[in-house]
Design a protein around this ligand. Structure first.
Ligand SMILES: [Zn+2]
Length: 320
C-alpha cells in the first residue's frame, strides 16, 4: 500500500507527465492566415485583429511591420507571443530570401514585443532595438507579468513564450541605416506609455506610430494626453504619407485626425465638468454620454471609465 508521501509523489509525477503531454500535444501556431499588406515599395504590414486579447485571436491583436532591405528583413513590433514571431518568420520568407536582421519594439506593452522570442529562435543574430525604459521594464518582473496576463486572457494560447529583452538602446534623433533604408527614431517622452518610440521609414514615406496612434481602438493605457497629442503632431509633420497605428488600419492623415479629435473631445469634456466642480466619479456618466459617437470603437465600453479617470488627474494637475 502507498504511504501518503509516495501517493503524493505519484500524483505529482502523473500530473507532470500529463502537463508535459499537453504542452507537446498542443499546436499553438497562429491558425488564421493574416495577409501581408503592401504599404510602399519595401514596407508591409499585417493588420492584426482590432479587438481585445481572446482565445479566438490567440492573443494576437497588433500591427507588425516588415521592411525589406538589401541586407535582410527588419521587423517592427513582432506581436504577442512566440507564435506571432514565428508567423512573421514565415511571412518574411515570402518577401526576401535573406534573414531577419533587426527588430524594433515601439514600447514595453507585451502585445507588441513578446514575439521577439519567435524571431530570435530562428535568427539569433537579429538585433533588438528599443527605448531604454522598454529594455529595463521588459527585463524586470514586468516582462514575465505580461506573459502571465496575455496567457490568462487568451486561455493558454501563448504557453511556451519566453521573455526576450531588447539589446540596443535607441533615442530621439537616431538614424539607423539598415540595408540602404533609414529608420529615423523619435522618442516623444510620456505619451501612450513611458517608453514610446516612433519610427519613420524615411525613403518609403511610412511612419510607424506604435500605440501613440490607434484607429477606432481604445485601451486602458495612457501616460499623458498632452504628450500623446504632441507626439501625433510629430508624425503629422514628418513628411510621411502613410501612417501605421498600433491597432486598427493604416492610412493617411485622416487617421491621425480621428484619434486627435477623440483625445481632444475626451479631455475637453472632462475639463468642462471639472470646472463645474464635479468629481471624476460624478462626471463619468456625463462624459461617456458626450462621447457617444465613439461607442463603437473597440475597447470603449471596458476602458472609457479608466480613460476618464486618467484625464481627470491630468486636468487637475494642469489646473495648478
Ligand atoms: Zn500599448
Amino acid at each position: 500500500m502507498l504511504n501518503n508521501t509516495n501517493f503524493l509523489q505519484s500524483l505529482l509525477v502523473c500530473g507532470g507527465l500529463l502537463m508535459s503531454l499537453n504542452t507537446t500535444a498542443a499546436d499553438l501556431s497562429i491558425k488564421k492566415d493574416y495577409p501581408l499588406e503592401k504599404l510602399s515599395a519595401n514596407v508591409y504590414v499585417i493588420h492584426g485583429p482590432n479587438e481585445e486579447v481572446s482565445k479566438a485571436n490567440q492573443g494576437f491583436r497588433n500591427n507588425p511591420v516588415l521592411v525589406n532591405t538589401k541586407a535582410g528583413v527588419v521587423v517592427i513590433d513582432p506581436g504577442s507571443s512566440l507564435y506571432t514571431g514565428e508567423m512573421l518568420v514565415k511571412k518574411a520568407k515570402t518577401i526576401s530570401p535573406k534573414p531577419i536582421i533587426a527588430v524594433f519594439n515601439t514600447h514595453d506593452h507585451g502585445d507588441h514585443w513578446l514575439g521577439n522570442h519567435g524571431i530570435k529562435k530562428h535568427y539569433s543574430n537579429a538585433t533588438i532595438y528599443a527605448h531604454q525604459a522598454s529594455k529595463l521594464a521588459i527585463a524586470s518582473d514586468e516582462g514575465a507579468n505580461w506573459i502571465k496576463a496575455i496567457n490568462r486572457q487568451s486561455k493558454g494560447q501563448i504557453e511556451g513564450t519566453k521573455v526576450v529583452a531588447p539589446e540596443k538602446i535607441i533615442k530621439d534623433g537616431d538614424r539607423i541605416k539598415l540595408g540602404g533604408i533609414t529608420f529615423r527614431i523619435y522618442s516623444p517622452g510620456k505619451a501612450h506609455s513611458n517608453s514610446d518610440i516612433m519610427i519613420q521609414i524615411v525613403e518609403e514615406k511610412v511612419f510607424v506610430f506604435g500605440d501613440v496612434l490607434r484607429d477606432q481602438n481604445l485601451s486602458l493605457f495612457m501616460a499623458s494626453y498632452t504628450g500623446n497629442l504632441k507626439a501625433l503632431d510629430i508624425g503629422q509633420k514628418s513628411g510621411a504619407k502613410v501612417f501605421v497605428p498600433g491597432h486598427g488600419k493604416s492610412g493617411g492623415k485622416e487617421i491621425i485626425n480621428r484619434y486627435r479629435k477623440f483625445i481632444t473631445a475626451l479631455k475637453g469634456e472632462v475639463k468642462k465638468q471639472f470646472e463645474a466642480g464635479l468629481s471624476d466619479f460624478e462626471m463619468a456618466p456625463k462624459v461617456t454620454r458626450a462621447l457617444n459617437k465613439y461607442k463603437s470603437w473597440s475597447g470603449f465600453k471596458d476602458n472609457i471609465g479608466k480613460l476618464i479617470n486618467l484625464a481627470y488627474l491630468e486636468v487637475e494637475n494642469e489646473s495648478f
